[in-house]
Design a protein. Sequence first.
Length: 400
Amino acid sequence: MKLHERELVTGTEPKVYIGRRCYRDKDGVERVSWKYAAEYCVGGRRFCESLKTGDRDLAVRRAHEIVGRIVRGERGQVARRDSIAQVARAYLEMQGAKGRAPTTLTKYTHVLSEFTAWCMAHFPRPAAQFTEQNFWRWHQSMMDDGYALKTRADRSVIVKQLFKWAARVRLIPTNTLAECSVPDPPPTPQPRFSPHQTATVLNAADPHERVMFMAMAYEGLRFGEVRDLMWPAVSMPPDEPGFITVALGGSNGTTKGRRSRRIPLHPALREELEKLPRIGERVFYARASKKYPNGDHPVGERRLLLSLKRLCRRLGFPNPDQYKLHTFRHTFASMLARNQVSYKYALSFMGHRSSEILDLYYTQFDDTAVQAIKTINYPTAPPVAVAAMTGAHTAEASQR
């Protein structure tokens, strides 16, 4: 920042310079502000701060107050000139250093790049000056661009996290978005197979793919957890039910929730697993091909998904393209609810910490819901009581 008649304030350490800020107006004419501003360096970084006064003596006193704040370590009150783009880059570097999953980093990078692009066009000022009003202007721009409520909510959460972190590490004095409350979007209905559809898919599927579909339908595994399931994680001791330990399958080398879980092995799945050839350390592999004649290549998600959609079309399911590999997981959770499995077990099997997330998967089956309504039964009044009530109403009517 260029200061007009820049001068050192005597007795300040670190050294503080004051002067009037030079700027160009909208016509490009260079002008001098009537307010004084201070310029100083702390920790090898240059800071500029408006003193909000045109009186020189008061500006000098406020310059000494800045020194006092620095000496006391009150860095939160020190004004910085970091742009929103600079803060966003520092935030993404921090997230990368924490070992965030690549998919999460990709999402954060995309959202914050679009946010900073908007700020460059509509808010070309330091991040410390970004207010709640600016936040809602940005939010309104997403509405004008036709973004769905869930997309707006997801992006707003990321931006709020950015400013919360920036205030915590003193890149901005305070978190000006702390009181911004973005409404939670309603849960998006997820497709699921009915019990009959699930049985139909498993019976009609190609044997090579059927056992993978069974692992999703009977154990609630995600595709990545099926792909990365290793034989040492499958326990099938004689005369005991057995279990599967799910510890791999996420984009960061662990499960999606970074926690392993153990699920009892369903007898129908165990029967199929015992028949599988042990080609390598993995339980499931892609089909043999020219490139991989030994059939030792990991399963590809896209190819398996296309096979499922083709099967649903062949079976005549309504809107067959809506189904995904994850639909088996939705169906698994619905079956837990249908059979009144406790939340404790359901959360453990699904690998969730929060029951709110599990509620997104819990879906009522139509026949189960109908039977639930039929359980409502009001007692019928005895005939004598009904006759007495009828006579009382008749007598009351005649008196009127």
